[in-house]
Design a protein around this ligand. Structure first.
Ligand code: ATP
Ligand code: MG
Length: 377
């Protein structure tokens, strides 16, 4: 049991306690013996008047003399046991004091500290509970801090992305207000730029709204059963004009038998719109976009892929973070907000599925696993 390290002072206290207890016991024994002798050799008058009591005393005296060693041994053993019991009690108090000291130390801000006394029995349970409590409190605090930090980041990002278009809106409208133009064409051009920038801001705000909405796990889905093949072909068709302009070919590959799936159609459409427009926008040097859907067990695996420049490994891990954009696309001014994939990931998660990205020199893939049926909430 003695695993806890005692300080010199505490050790001193224990030794002192032992000596004091033994001494007290010794004096008590001596006192009792003296008293008994006194009674035997000069019995008080009242004792002699009660013959039985006097007999008992004399009888006891005889036994005492005959079994002297036994009496001595018993008395010593009793004294030792009593001392041990007192020391043990004192030692437990010291353990408790140690635990309290450590608790104060933790409470004063040393949250990575743990009580590491190796105890047994009740004390061990207490220490383990305290350590578990500290552990979970620290985890909760860290989580809180992380959330706080990510909120700050969100605000920083949003302010930055709103300020850029806002600055040019103010700039161009300012030119018009100060009459710094030479023709009506100039005015029209300035207004057009300001208008485009305002639209860009609206996209950001709408996306942000959508993002916070789909982030909440309680967001209700409007579930409908749909034929995935038809749905994907329809969405791909809407991109024909854009893909033609980019000289990229869009193909949809689905199994012959219809693949029926339960989804929130609007939300899933949003996911595919983003994935396909990303492929067209960022698949630099690419010539095709392919969308493949297949049924595996109780889920549909849908892949949106394109050829072209690969996404660097480091960026792959960040793609689904809000506002993340691979550096070149930021500087390229391709115009996105970097929320598309974060929204897509949340929407897929709301459906009980998951999405990940892979990229090599031949192909960049976004793979989704979606359950065919939704569990009724
Ligand atoms: P938004 O979709 O909100 O308009 P965005 O397209 O920039 O903006 P995401 O859809 O989240 O944002 O994509 C994040 C980044 O991932 C893109 O900026 C781009 O750098 C990279 N990316 C996404 N898809 C591809 C792809 N198919 N090929 C190469 N890079 C891609
Ligand atoms: Mg996008």
């Amino acid at each position: 049991m003695l695993k806890m390290k005692l300080t010199k002072k505490e050790l001193g206290e224990l030794i002192f306690e032992a000596i004091v207890t033994m001494t007290i016991m010794y004096f008590i024994y001596m006192g009792l013996l003296l008293l008994f002798n006194q009674i035997v050799y000069s019995p008080p008058a009242f004792l002699l008047e009660i013959p039985t009591a006097w007999d008992v005393v004399q009888y006891f005296d005889l036994i005492l003399i005959r079994f002297r060693t036994v009496f001595l041994a018993t008395a010593t053993m009793f004294a030792v046991l009593f001392t041990w019991w007192r020391l043990n009690r004192r030692y437990k108090q010291m353990q408790l004091r140690h635990i309290l000291d450590e608790l104060h130390y933790i409470a004063s801000g040393h949250f990575d500290h743990r009580i590491d006394a190796q105890l047994s029995g009740d004390m061990e349970d207490v220490v383990n509970s305290i350590n578990t409590l500290v552990e979970s409190t620290v985890t909760a605090m860290e989580e809180e801090r992380r959330i706080e930090q990510s909120k700050d980041e969100l605000i920083t990002n949003v302010s930055h992305d709103i300020r850029t278009p806002l600055t040019s809106i103010i700039g161009y409208l300012g030119l018009i207000a100060d009459k710094q133009y030479s023709s009506t064409e100039d005015v029209e051009r300035y207004i057009h730029i300001a208008y485009t920038k305002a639209l860009q801001m609206k996209v950001l705000v709408d996306d942000l709204f959508e993002y916070t909405k789909v982030r909440q796990t309680s967001t209700p889905l409007i579930i409908r059963t749909l034929n995935l093949g038809n749905f994907l072909e329809q969405i791909a068709a809407e991109f024909e004009l854009e893909s033609g302009r980019k000289h990229m070919d869009i193909q949809v590959e689905v199994t012959a038998e219809p693949l029926m799936i339960e989804v929130d159609v609007d939300k899933i459409a949003r996911v595919f719109n983003n994935l396909i427009s990303n492929a067209l926008k960022y698949g630099r040097g690419g010539t095709w976009v392919r969308i493949k859907a297949e049924k595996v067990g109780s889920e549909a695996i849908i892949t949106v892929m394109n050829n072209g420049e690969r996404i660097p490994q480091a960026a792959l891990e960040e793609l689904f973070n809000r506002f993340y954009r691979v550096e070149s696309s930021r500087s390229q001014q391709t115009g996105g907000t970097g929320l598309g994939l974060a929204i897509a990931q949340s929407i897929i998660a709301l459906h009980g599925g998951y999405i990940y990205a892979e990229s090599n020199d031949e192909v960049t893939k976004f793979v989704m696993h979606l359950p065919l049926q939704q569990i009724k909430k």
